[in-house]
Design a protein around this ligand. Structure first.
Ligand code: PHE
Ligand code: ZN
Length: 890
C-alpha cells in the first residue's frame, strides 16, 4: 500500500483559536513502569462569545473514566479520530480524566517512557496527548500542579516543573511529591522524572538579588561528569542577565540526564531534560567538541526559558519563533564565551572560528535541505508530521534570519526590539509576525519586505561582479539576487539581504570605504542592503583595482556566485582581513580542485593549489583553531551537493588523492606543527588549547592519509598515552583513517577500555561507520556496520546508538553507503522499516538520508528509488516516514 496517500496535510492557514480556555491543570500520577495511572483535572472556561465543543487530543491511551463536574460524561463526550470531544453543559466546567499508560512499552520516547529503570517524559511537540487527553496545542496555556506518587526504592527521586511544595512518605514503602509551576505554560513544556538520580547543586544570586538553586541530576556515580554542564548553566544565566536583562524566574532550575532521548535536550519549564551526551563530560571521556557542545546546548535550553517558555508559539508553524531566536542567542553566547577565554588579542579570531563553525553547519545541513524535496520556509505553510520540521531550516536558517535583523538594526536596536517583544507578549503564545513587528516598531523601521525570509524557501543566490574605472577612480559592485524554485513555490520575490563588504587593495590591505554620496571615507567593512533583484553600489577614491570580499562574517544565508581566478582565491586565502572569507576562499579553491579531480581521474593536484595551502600552514600569526578549520577540506556531503550528477565513488577517490598530496607535500610542516603546538599540563577546556589539539589531530590525519611513518607512529603514541579523550580519539581516528595495520588492535583496545561507557562507545561506532577504505583490500564498510549491530553495546532502541552507527554510515560515508551494487540502499530500507516499528521520529531522521537522491547518477537513482518505494509501501508505516519518502518520491 502507498502510505503517503493516507497522511493528511495540516495547513498554517487553518489555524483557529480554541473555544475554551484551560485555567488550571491538576495532575496526579500513580507511577509504575508498566501501569501508570494518570488523573487530570482541568478547570475549563468557555471563551466569551465562542461556541462549540472542547476537543481533547489523545494517542495510545487507555481511558479509564471521564467526568464533567463530578458526573459521568455520558452523552457529553464522544470519541473522534484525534481523541475525544466533550461538550460541557455550562460555560465553566471541571473535567476529570483518568487514563492508564504503559511506559515500559513506549519505545517512541515520546510521552511517558522508561529508560534504565527510571521514568521520564518528552512532550514536545505532541507527546502530552500520550499521557492524558488534553487540548494539546501550544496556545493553551495553563497553571499546573502535579502530584507524583511511586514506590520509593525504584523511584527515589520525583521531579516535575516549578517549585516543590510538599513531599513525604506513604505506607507500603511509597512516597510522593507535589510540584507547582507558578507560570502558565503550554502542555509541551510539562515534564516529570521518577528515577534513581544524584544531584550536583549550586546556589546563585540573580540580578535582582534572589537566591536560586541550580541542580544537575545524573545517574549515581556520574557526579564527576556534571561539573562542566553546571558551569555552563551559571555562565548562561549570567549572560542572559547581562545581554538582555533577562533573569531566572524560578526558585529552582533543574537539568536531568537521560540515556534514551530522541533529540539533544528539552527546555521543559524549570526541568530541562537532556540527552546524556549534552551533559556528561570528563576530560578522559569527552572531547573538546563535546565540551563545546555541552556549553551551547545547556545555554540553548536555558535561554528558552524566556524565548519559548515565557513567550511561546501560537501554533507549531511558528516553531522558528522560539528555535531560530534561541539558536541565535546560544551562538552569540558561545562566541562571547570563546572571546572572553581567548583574551583581548585573540578575541576577533575566536569569534570568527565560531562563526565559521556555525556557517559550515548551515551550509552542510540547511543548504542541502533547501535544495531538496523537503525544502520549506523557516515558517512552513504545511506539514504532515510536525516532528519532521525540527529541521536545519527552522533552527539554523531561522537563527541566520534573526542574525540579519541583529545586523540591520544593530546590537542596540535589536535589544530595544527584544525589550518591546517581552513588554508586549510576556505570558502569551504568539507568531513570528509579532516578533518582527516588535523589532520594526522599536526601531521605527518598515520590515514588510524582510518578512519574505519567513515565507520563501530555498537558498538565495547572490551573483556579484565588479568594475573598476581607473579614470574616475571608481569601483562599481553589482549585486543581483534570485532564489531558485522549491516545491510549491515556483516564483520568488527579492529579499532584504545584508551584504557586508570589504575591498582589498593590491597590497593585501583593506581600503577605507567611501560610498557614492558619503562625505568621507569610513570603515573598511560596510553592510550594503540588497533589496532589488539587481543593484549597483559605487565606491569612490579607488586607486587600483580592488578584490572584493563579500558577505563578510557570513552576513546572510545565501550562496555567493562570483567569478574568481585561482590566483584571486589564493590571494584572498592569504590576505582577506575577514577570517570567515579567508576560510571561504580556501574552501572554494579546494572545492574547485576536488571536483575537477573527480571528473578527471588521472589529473594531478595542481601545484598552485598546494602552494596556497602551504602558505596557510606556514603563517604562524594565525590561530591554530582557525588553521584547523581552514585546512580541513570541504565536507563530502557538501561536495556532493555541488557535483552534478553526484557520484560518490570518484569524489571519494579525489578526496583521498588531495589528502594524500597535502599530507605528503607538507609532511615536514605537519610534523613541525605537531611538535610546536603540543599542549602541556593537565587538560582544561580552553579555546587556545582546543585549537592546538584540533590542528595537531588534523596533522595526524593528513600524515596518516599519506602513509607517513613518523605520523603514524605519533598517532599510535598519542592514542596510547594521551590523558584526554580529544587526543586519544584523535590518535585513533588517524589510525583508522589510514592503511595502518595497527588500527584494528587500537579499536579493540579502545573498546575494552570503555566497554561500560555508552557515550564513548558512540564515538567508537561512529568512527568505524564513517571510515574510508584507505586500504583497497579492506572489506566494504557495510559489512563492518552489520557486524557492529551485533555488538552487545548496540541497541536499535537507543537513539544515540542509531545516530552513531547508522547515522554515521548513511549520512557520513557516502562512498560506502552508495556502493554500486545497491547493498547499502537495501540495508537502509531494512533498517528504516525496523526502526519505524519502534521509534518513528528516529526512523524518519534516518530516512531523510536519501531524500536528495535525484541528484545522483542514473544507476544510483534506480537503486535508491526501488528502496524508497519499498519503504513507502511497507505495512504500518508511520506518518513521519511516510511524509519523508512520499515527498522524496514526488
Ligand atoms: N525544543 C528542543 C530544543 O530545541 C528540541 C526538541 C524538540 C526536543 C522535540 C525534544 C523534542 O531545544
Ligand atoms: Zn530549542
Amino acid at each position: 500500500m502507498d502510505n503517503t496517500l493516507q497522511t493528511p496535510t495540516i495547513l498554517r492557514s487553518d489555524y483557529r483559536p480554541l473555544a475554551w480556555r484551560v485555567e488550571s491543570v491538576e495532575l496526579d500520577f500513580r507511577l509504575d513502569a508498566e501501569q501508570t495511572l494518570v488523573t487530570s483535572r482541568l478547570a475549563c472556561v468557555r471563551v466569551p462569545g465562542a461556541s462549540g465543543p472542547l476537543p481533547l487530543d489523545g494517542e495510545d491511551l487507555e481511558l479509564v473514566s471521564l467526568r464533567i463536574d463530578g458526573a459521568e460524561a455520558g452523552e457529553c463526550m464522544r470519541r473522534t479520530e484525534r481523541g475525544l470531544e466533550v461538550t460541557p453543559g455550562s460555560d465553566t466546567a471541571t473535567i476529570e480524566i483518568v487514563t492508564r499508560v504503559n511506559p515500559a512499552a513506549n519505545t517512541t520516547l515520546s510521552g511517558l517512557y522508561a529508560s534504565k529503570g527510571g521514568l521520564f517524559t518528552q512532550c514536545e511537540a505532541e507527546g502530552f496527548r500520550r499521557i492524558t487527553y488534553f487540548p494539546d496545542r501550544p496556545d493553551v496555556m495553563a497553571r499546573y500542579t502535579v502530584r507524583l506518587e511511586a514506590e520509593q526504592a525504584s523511584f527515589p527521586v520525583l521531579l516535575s516543573n516549578g517549585n516543590l511544595v510538599d513531599s513525604g512518605e506513604l505506607p507500603g514503602d511509597r512516597h510522593y511529591a507535589v510540584w507547582e509551576d507558578p507560570f502558565p505554560k503550554p502542555s509541551y513544556l510539562f515534564a516529570l522524572v521518577a528515577a534513581d538520580l544524584e544531584a550536583m547543586e549550586r546556589s546563585v544570586e540573580t540580578l535582582s538579588g534572589r537566591e536560586v538553586l541550580l541542580q544537575v541530576w545524573v545517574e549515581p556515580g556520574n557526579l564527576d561528569r556534571a561539573g562542566h554542564a553546571m558551569d555552563s548553566l551559571v555562565n548562561a544565566l549570567r549572560w542572559d542577565e547581562e545581554t538582555f536583562g533577562l533573569e531566572l524566574d524560578l526558585d529552582r532550575f533543574m537539568i536531568v540526564v537521560v540515556a534514551d532521548f530522541n533529540m539533544g535536550a528539552m527546555e521543559n519549564k524549570g526541568l530541562n531534560i537532556f540527552n546524556a551526551r549534552f551533559v556528561l563530560a570528563r576530560p578522559d571521556t569527552a572531547t573538546d567538541a563535546d565540551f563545546e557542545g555541552i556549553e551551547s546546548v545547556v545555554a540553548h535550553e536555558y535561554f528558552h526559558n524566556w524565548t519559548g517558555n515565557r513567550v511561546t508559539c501560537r501554533d507549531w508553524f511558528q516553531l522558528t519563533l522560539k528555535e531560530g531566536l534561541t539558536v541565535f542567542r546560544d551562538q552569540q553566547f558561545s562566541a562571547d564565551m570563546l572571546a572572553r577565554a581567548a583574551g583581548a588579542e585573540r578575541e576577533a579570531s575566536a569569534r570568527a572560528v565560531k562563526r565559521i563553525d556555525d556557517f559550515r553547519g548551515l551550509r552542510a545541513a540547511q543548504f542541502t535541505e533547501d535544495s531538496g524535496p523537503m525544502a520549506h520556509p523557516i515558517r512552513p505553510d504545511s506539514y504532515q508530521e510536525i516532528n519532521n520540521f525540527y529541521t536545519a531550516t527552522v533552527y539554523e536558517k531561522g537563527a541566520a534570519v534573526i542574525r540579519m535583523q541583529h545586523t540591520l538594526l544593530g546590537a542596540e536596536g535589536f535589544r530595544k526590539g527584544m525589550n518591546l517583544y517581552f513588554e508586549r507578549h510576556d505570558g502569551q503564545a504568539v507568531t513570528c509576525d509579532d516578533f518582527v513587528a516588535a523589532m520594526a516598531d522599536a526601531n521605527d523601521r518598515d520590515m514588510t519586505q524582510f518578512m519574505r525570509w519567513y515565507s520563501q524557501a530555498g537558498t538565495p543566490v547572490v551573483r556579484a561582479s565588479g568594475q573598476w574605472d581607473a579614470d574616475a577612480r571608481r569601483y562599481t559592485l553589482t549585486l543581483a539576487q534570485h532564489t531558485p524554485p522549491t516545491p510549491g513555490q515556483p516564483e520568488k520575490l527579492p529579499l532584504v539581504i545584508p551584504v557586508a563588504v570589504g575591498l582589498i587593495g593590491p597590497d593585501g590591505n583593506d581600503l577605507p570605504l567611501r560610498l557614492e554620496g558619503d562625505s568621507a571615507a569610513g570603515a573598511t567593512t560596510r553592510v550594503l542592503e540588497l533589496v532589488e533583484a539587481e543593484q549597483h553600489f559605487v565606491f569612490e577614491d579607488v586607486d587600483a583595482e580592488p578584490v572584493p570580499s563579500l558577505l563578510r562574517g557570513f552576513s546572510a544565508p545565501v550562496l555567493l556566485e562570483i567569478d574568481e581566478s585561482d590566483a584571486r582565491l589564493a590571494f584572498r586565502m592569504a590576505h582577506d582581513a575577514d577570517p570567515c572569507n579567508r576560510w571561504d576562499a580556501a574552501q572554494r579553491y579546494a572545492e574547485r580542485v576536488i571536483l575537477a579531480l573527480a571528473a578527471k581521474a588521472d589529473a594531478d593536484v595542481p601545484e598552485a593549489f598546494l602552494d596556497a595551502w602551504g602558505a596557510l600552514l606556514a603563517d604562524e600569526s594565525l590561530d591554530p583553531a582557525f588553521v584547523a578549520l581552514a585546512a580541513t577540506l570541504p565536507g563530502e556531503g557538501w561536495l556532493l551537493e555541488r557535483m552534478r550528477p553526484a557520484d560518490p565513488a570518484p569524489l571519494r577517490a579525489a578526496l583521498m588523492r588531495v589528502m594524500r598530496a597535502i599530507g605528503e607535500r607538507f609532511a615536514d610542516q605537519w610534523l613541525g606543527l605537531y611538535q610546536r603546538l603540543e599542549v602541556r599540563g593537565p587538560y582544561r577546556y580552553h579555546p587556545a588549547d582546543a585549537g592546538c589539539r584540533a590542528l595537531r589531530n588534523l596533522a595526524l590525519r593528513y600524515l596518516a592519509a599519506a602513509g607517513n611513518e613518523d605520523g603514524l607512529n605519533r598517532a599510535e603514541t598519542q592514542f596510547e598515552y594521551a590523558e584526554n579523550m580529544t587526543e586519544q580519539f584523535g590518535g585513533l581516528a588517524a589510525l583508522v583513517h589510514s592503511a595502518s595495520p595497527v588500527a584494528e588492535d587500537a579499536l579493540d583496545n579502545f573498546h575494552t577500555r570503555f566497554s561500560s561507557d555508552a557515550l564513548v562507545l558512540d564515538k567508537w561506532f561512529a568512527l568505524q561507520a564513517g571510515a574510508w577504505r584507505w586500504d583497497e583490500a579492506a572489506p566494504p564498510v557495510l559489512e563492518r556496520v552489520k557486524a557492529l549491530m551485533d555488538d552487545p553495546a548496540f541497541k536499535l532502541t537507543n537513539p544515540n546508538k542509531v545516530y552513531s552507527l547508522l547515522g554515521a554510515f548513511f549520512r557520513g560515508n557516502p562512498a560506502e553507503f552508495h556502493a554500486a551494487d545497491g547493498s547499502g540502499h537495501a540495508f537502509w530500507a531494512e533498517q528504516i522499516i525496523a526502526l519505524d516499528a519502534m521509534n518513528p521520529q528516529v526512523a524518519s531522521r534516518m530516512a531523510r538520508s536519501l531524500e536528495n537522491w535525484r541528484r545522483y547518477t542514473p544507476a544510483l537513482q534506480t537503486s535508491i528509488r526501488t528502496q524508497l518505494e519499498r519503504v513507502r509501501d511497507a505495512d504500518g508505516l508511520s506518518p513521519d516516514v511516510a511524509e519523508v519518502v512520499g515527498k522524496a518520491l514526488v
